[in-house]
Design a protein around this ligand. Structure first.
Ligand code: NAP
Length: 309
């Protein structure tokens, strides 16, 4: 089953630019010689750049039946992932129902590591965690050949998108993550793990992979890593959660996402992200990207632009 030159692999959320797992995964699968059908929500320049990479681009909505028939007919392997959203469970079940109808040999589901600590009696206050837990339940009942990927927090979220302005403008890693340890992972590493699974899925069917980053350390340590990588002193400031979430709301971040990020921050403070596993190395044979290398790669986003006279 190693080669699927004759049928494409479906990658959903392929235009995303938060973790951008879909976009990175598309490039990685194409580089391995697979055909990729990339699902995008909108026809825009991101869709065009996926075409330029060599993907077949299909436009559609993950919650819509017709879209999913067009996307899934003729594929045998699926990566399912989409933005954190209140529609997550409906979309998962919609895609799974159509995948069952067409018959697929592998369905890789993007989940979250906190789900490992959830059960029929244990949940969190995050609406997204609950949707991921329910989605995993429904996929288990579906009888589909599921592979579950549960990464910890992405470097691209809290440590880039949500931290860059504070580092760039104030030399501060200003986050509401408390003083416990965390092991953030690069979403590029997550995409690499998924590409290994989809390249040859049979040994992975039924498995759950918990993916963590290079090390588990506290935020003061990570501020030192930023300082080393950027060549100037960056300090951690543990900002009050309510002020931080108010700011996100003012910036127009949807309530579902704000509520999810607030719970992630609270669970960080409780030490619930202090986890380390070997799953990424076992899958890819590669050590996770360190924060130092990540900051070097994104240095421009953490560096004030020079004022010209
Ligand atoms: N961020 C973290 O720290 C973290 C940690 C662990 C797990 N995860 C999981 O990772 C996943 C997100 O992955 P990511 O960051 O790579 O995603 P991403 O970059 O945010 O991309 C998600 C894509 O999904 C598309 N999408 C959303 N709703 C859709 C719909 N109804 N129909 C079609 N497309 C839709 C978006 O389209 P548009 O671009 O058009 O909006 C976007 O391109 C989630 O399952 C999340 O729970 C995240």
């Amino acid at each position: 089953m190693k080669s699927t030159q004759d049928s494409p692999i479906l990658v959903t959320g392929a235009a995303g630019d938060i973790g951008a797992i879909g976009r990175n995964l598309t490039a990685m699968l194409l580089a391995k010689g697979h055909q990729v059908r990339a699902l995008v929500r909108r026809e825009d320049e991101r869709a065009e750049s996926l075409r330029q990479l060599g993907a077949e681009v299909v436009q559609g909505d993950l919650t819509d039946l017709d879209s999913m028939h067009r996307a899934i007919a003729g594929v045998t392997r699926i990566y399912f992932g989409m933005s954190v959203s209140a529609a997550y469970l409906g979309a998962t079940v919609n895609v799974a129902a159509v995948a069952r109808h067409h018959g697929v040999e592998a369905f890789v589901n993007m989940s979250q590591m906190t789900v490992t600590q959830m059960s029929i009696t244990e949940t969190t206050d995050s609406p997204q965690h609950k949707l991921h837990w329910l989605a995993e339940q429904a996929l288990a009942w579906s009888g589909l050949p599921i592979v579950t990927v549960r990464p910890t927090v992405f470097l691209e979220g809290f440590f880039l998108r949500l931290a860059a302005a504070g580092i760039r403008d104030n030399d501060e890693l200003a986050l509401p993550l408390g003083n416990s340890k965390t092991s953030p992972i690069s979403a590029v590493d997550v995409a690499r793990a998924v590409s290994v699974i989809l390249d040859d899925p049979v040994p992975h069917i039924g498995q759950v992979y918990n993916l963590t980053g290079f090390e588990s350390a506290d935020l003061n340590h990570y501020a030192h890593v930023f300082s080393d990588a950027l060549g100037r002193t960056i300090r951690y400031r543990n900002v009050p959660l309510s002020a931080w979430t108010n700011q996100l709301r003012e910036l127009g971040v949807p309530t579902h996402l704000v509520n999810h990020l607030a719970v992630m921050a609270d669970l960080h403070a409780q030490g619930r992200y202090d986890r380390m596993t070997d799953d990424l190395f076992q899958l890819t044979g590669k050590t996770p990207t360190s924060l130092y290398d990540f900051v070097k790669r994104h240095a421009a986003e953490f560096t004030p632009s020079k004022v010209t006279a």
